[in-house]
Design a binder for this molecule. Structure first.
Ligand code: ADE
Length: 243
C-alpha cells in the first residue's frame, strides 16, 4: 500500500512514521530479508508539503475568510495542485481522504475498508479549514476521528495511518495478532479480554487460575466469556449492533 500525506507540517509526521511498527512496516531491508517472491515492504509513506505548491511569492497558502470571522482558510489552488501532482507520481488509483471533524467517524469497520485499498492520499487541513470549492472538486472521503476538534488534521491522519498499516499483511509479528483484539471480526466485534503476565501473584492479586491450567480449550472459552462480560459492562451498544 502506498500512503501519501498532504500537509503544511510534514515534520510532524517524521518521528511517528519513523518509529516502532510504522517504521518497520516501510523498511525495505527488513522485508527483503524474509521476502517470499516480492521484496516490497507492506507500505510506503510519501509526504507532500502543500506549501511547495504555493503561487504566492512568500509561499503563503492561506487567506482570511470571505464574510469575515476568525482564522485563515487554505486556498483552493495549492491544495488542488498538490493532489493532482502527487497522484501523478504513481499509477495506482488513490482513495482521497480529507481529515475533518465533519466527516464519517473512523471505526474498525472503516479501517478495514481502507486497509484493502492499494493507495491512500490523505489531506490534513489546518487553520479554520480549506476552501469548500476544492473539497467539492476533489470529492474526498471525509473522515473524523471523533466528536472533538483538534488544531489540525495531522494527528488524525497519523491515527488513521497507524490503524490501517497494522492490518497490512506482514506488519504485525504474529500474523493473527490483529484478528482477536477489540472490535476485530475474529473477536466478533467484542472488546478484548484482560491480559496477564508474570509474576502469577502481585500485591496479593492473583492471575485467574484458568490461565495457568494449560488447558487451551478452556482458556479460549473463558476468554470469550470475559470479552462478552466486559463488552456488556463497558459498551453494551456493541452487543446490540451485533444482534
Ligand atoms: N481536524 C480537527 N479535528 C479533527 C477530528 N476530530 N477528526 C479529523 N480531523 C480533524
Amino acid at each position: 500500500m502506498r500512503i501519501d500525506v498532504l500537509t503544511l507540517f510534514p515534520d510532524m509526521f517524521t518521528s511517528v512514521l519513523g518509529c516502532s511498527i510504522l517504521k518497520r512496516a516501510a523498511d525495505p531491508e527488513l522485508h527483503q530479508a524474509k521476502a517470499q517472491g516480492s521484496c516490497d515492504p507492506p507500505v510506503s509513506y510519501h509526504l507532500t508539503d502543500i506549501r511547495d505548491f504555493a503561487n504566492d511569492k512568500h509561499n503563503k497558502v492561506d487567506k482570511p475568510p470571505y464574510g469575515g470571522g476568525p482564522g485563515m482558510v487554505i486556498q483552493c489552488q495549492p491544495v488542488y495542485d498538490a493532489v493532482i501532482n502527487t497522484e501523478a507520481l504513481d499509477p495506482r488509483p488513490a482513495t482521497r481522504i480529507l481529515m475533518t471533524p465533519q466527516g464519517r467517524t473512523l471505526d474498525q469497520k472503516l479501517v478495514q475498508e481502507l486497509a484493502a485499498m492499494p493507495r491512500l492520499l490523505i489531506i490534513a487541513g489546518h487553520y479554520e479549514g480549506i476552501d469548500e470549492r476544492v473539497i467539492e472538486k476533489l470529492d474526498p472521503m471525509e473522515i473524523s476521528i471523533g466528536d472533538y476538534v483538534l488544531s489540525g488534521g495531522e494527528l488524525p491522519a497519523m491515527i488513521l495511518i497507524d490503524s490501517v498499516v497494522r492490518l497490512q499483511a506482514g506488519v504485525l509479528g504474529d500474523e493473527t495478532s490483529a484478528d482477536f483484539e477489540s472490535f476485530s471480526p475474529g473477536a466478533e466485534g467484542l472488546l478484548d479480554c484482560a491480559h496477564y503476565t508474570r509474576p502469577s501473584e502481585w500485591m496479593d492479586m492473583k492471575v485467574p487460575d484458568i490461565l495457568l491450567s494449560g488447558n487451551h480449550g478452556k482458556i479460549d472459552t473463558w476468554r470469550h466469556e470475559q470479552s462478552r462480560k466486559r463488552t456488556q459492562l463497558r459498551r453494551p451498544d456493541l452487543l446490540k449492533e451485533s444482534e
